[in-house]
Design a protein around this ligand. Structure first.
Ligand code: NAD
Length: 258
């Protein structure tokens, strides 16, 4: 297959380990010829992901620590990008977090602190990223974030993350409008459940996997690679007229009634 991202520079936010959707996206984008930078939340993940980069022979990939709640780390990240990549053609935003208590209790028990934390890291961080990335991006650039159907339907245990994903999806539309004048596209992928560090923190996650495989028209769950391939498509010129969209990568689960 012709490399879709040859000569393009990308930033992949939120690699925790080899199961992260961000890691699968980094590898897929690299296979498609992109020059890449990536972030980890802290030093512990940094050490782990540095080893993955070495093992998978992706030596050209720059890796930085960046915590979404630290504005100075966000500023430093974009200084590094400007110095090391010289500009940006695409971004995968793969950051999400909600305090575990907010997922364990009923949604009605959600505290303001937990609500705020989840919104800041999982939704507002996209706005922080888009604003800083804008000056480094040229027409044709693409920003992709990751949502989930819990934004529209009640998924027991997903709770505040569902509400936050609704904010994220609406933010995609507002950002697509703001950045459209610069020719920058903003979209979200909405994958079905996939086993990752964050997903395993959702109570009843294994039941979600079973229900999804049982009810999805394709009769199975989706893979990390399938989500990564959809992201590469959205990063690429093949998706040049697609912006402001939430695209399901869910083996068809979301179309089903009963
Ligand atoms: P993951 O745990 O591998 O990735 C989540 C990332 O968010 C981690 O790298 C973590 O370090 C980072 N993060 C959390 N708090 C942060 C902070 N304060 N600052 C910076 N980074 C922070 O899990 P994943 O499933 O690959 O998640 C990636 C995205 O995909 C998330 O937005 C998630 O909601 C979304 N998603 C996942 C699934 C699924 O079933 N796995 C389904 C739909 C959507």
């Amino acid at each position: 297959m012709k490399p879709l991202l040859a000569g393009r520079r990308g930033l992949i936010l939120g690699v925790a380990n080899k199961n992260s959707i961000a890691w699968a996206t980094l590898k897929e984008a690299s296979n498609h010829g992109a020059e890449l930078g990536a972030t980890c939340q802290n030093d512990r993940f940094f050490r782990r992901v540095s080893k993955l980069i070495e093992k998978d022979d992706l030596p050209e990939t720059s890796l930085w620590v960046c915590d979404a709640t630290q504005p100075e780390e966000l500023d430093a990240l974009f200084t590094h990008i400007e110095e090391e990549l010289g500009g940006l053609d695409f971004i995968l935003h793969g950051w999400a977090f909600a305090p575990p208590d907010a997922l364990a209790d009923d949604f009605i028990e959600t505290s303001w602190e937990a609500f705020q934390t989840a919104q800041r890291i999982s939704a507002h961080s996209l706005v922080e990223i888009a604003r800083r990335a804008r000056p480094l991006m040229a027409p044709g650039a693409s920003i992709v974030t990751l949502s989930y159907l819990g934004s529209q339907r009640v998924m027991p245990g997903y709770n505040v993350m569902g509400v936050v994903k609704a904010t994220l999806e609406s933010s995609v539309r507002y950002l697509a409008r703001d950045l459209g004048v610069d020719g920058i596209r903003v979209n979200a992928l909405s994958p079905g459940p996939i086993s990752t560090l964050s997903a395993r923190g959702v109570p009843g996650f294994s039941k979600m996997l079973e229900a999804h495989a049982d009810r999805a028209p394709l009769g199975r769950n989706v893979t990390h690679e399938e989500v990564a391939q959809a992201a590469v498509f959205l990063f690429s010129p093949m998706a040049s007229a697609i912006t402001g969209e939430i695209i399901n990568v869910d083996a068809g689960y979301s179309i089903m009634g009963i």
